[in-house]
Design a protein around this ligand. Structure first.
Ligand SMILES: *Cc1c(COP(=O)(O)O)cnc(C)c1O
Length: 241
C-alpha cells in the first residue's frame, strides 16, 4: 500500500469504529436513563442491515419498523433472535405476511384491522400481541382510534371475542413539537385513556399493561406520564436522511 491508501484505510476504519461506539454508546446511555420496567424499542426504519447489526451486537433484541416490506427484507438478513415490532400503519392485505412472526403490532388503528389480524392469526393458530393505537396528536395525519371510536367498537365486539389477539395496551404519537406543555398534556391524555380502557374492558386482563409513548425528542416527558415502551430511532442512529 502506498501512503495515500494507508491513510484512506485509516480514515474509514476510524469512521466505522466511531459509528459503532456511537450507536452502542447511545443505547447504553438511554438504557441507563430509563427504569427497568420500561422497554426500549430501537426504531430501525431507513437504517441499513449493518447499522442494525451494530445495535444488535450490544445485546439488544427489540427493534421496530414502520413498513411491512422493509421489515420483511431486513428480517431475512438478520438474526432470527430479533423481536420485531410493527409501529407504522398496517394495511389489511399485508397482515398475513407478518402474523407468523411479529412480536408486537403496536399500530392497530381500526376495528377492521383487529378483525383481519384475528382471522389471519386463527389460520395459523398463533395468538398475536397487539396495541391499540390512539390518536393523541393535534395533527390530522396521524392514525389511531379516539376513545369514543373504541367505545363504539367494543359495543359490537368485545376484546375477548378476538381469540387470536392479545391486546397488551395502547400506543400513541404526540404532536411534532418541542412545546413541553403540549407533549405533557397529550401523554397524560394517553395515560388517561389507557386507565379508562383498563377499567372498562380489561380489568380482568393480565396482559393489558403497556403504554407505548415517547420518541427521541420526547421520551423523557413520556416516561413522566407513565410510558412503559419507548420507541427511539434518530437519537441512536443519527438524523434520518
Ligand atoms: C420513526 C418513529 C419513531 C422513532 O422516531 P425518532 O424520532 O427517530 O426516535 C417512533 N415511533 C414511530 C411510530 C415512528 O414512526
Amino acid at each position: 500500500m502506498n501512503n495515500v491508501n494507508v491513510s484512506a484505510f485509516h480514515y474509514f476504519y476510524t469512521l466505522i469504529l466511531l459509528t459503532m461506539t456511537d450507536i452502542a454508546g447511545k443505547i447504553e446511555y438511554i438504557e441507563s436513563k430509563i427504569p427497568e420496567y420500561v422497554k426500549l424499542v430501537i426504531v430501525s426504519k431507513t437504517r441499513s442491515v449493518e447499522e442494525i447489526l451494530i445495535a444488535y451486537n450490544t445485546g439488544h433484541k427489540l427493534f421496530g419498523e414502520n413498513k411491512v416490506q422493509e421489515l420483511l427484507n431486513k428480517k431475512n438478513q438478520l438474526p432470527g433472535e430479533i423481536q420485531w415490532h410493527l409501529i407504522g400503519h398496517l394495511q389489511s392485505n399485508k397482515v398475513k405476511y407478518i402474523v407468523p412472526f411479529i412480536s408486537l403490532i403496536q399500530s392497530v388503528d381500526t376495528l377492521k384491522l383487529l378483525k383481519t389480524i384475528n382471522k389471519e392469526a386463527s389460520r395459523i393458530n398463533r395468538v398475536v400481541d397487539c396495541l391499540l393505537q390512539i390518536h393523541i396528536a393535534s395533527e390530522e395525519t396521524k392514525y389511531g382510534f379516539s376513545l369514543l371510536e373504541l367505545e363504539s367498537a367494543f359495543e359490537t365486539v368485545k376484546p375477548a371475542d378476538f381469540k387470536y389477539i392479545r391486546i397488551c395496551g395502547v400506543m400513541g404519537m404526540a404532536t411534532f413539537t418541542s412545546d413541553r406543555k403540549v407533549l405533557q398534556k397529550e401523554f397524560d391524555n394517553l395515560k388517561g385513556i389507557y386507565d379508562a380502557l383498563k377499567t372498562r374492558y380489561f380489568s380482568e386482563s393480565e396482559s393489558f399493561v403497556e403504554i407505548s409513548m415517547g420518541m427521541s425528542g420526547d421520551y423523557e416527558i413520556a416516561l413522566e406520564s407513565g410510558s412503559t415502551i419507548i420507541r427511539i430511532g434518530s437519537m441512536i442512529f443519527g438524523e434520518r436522511k
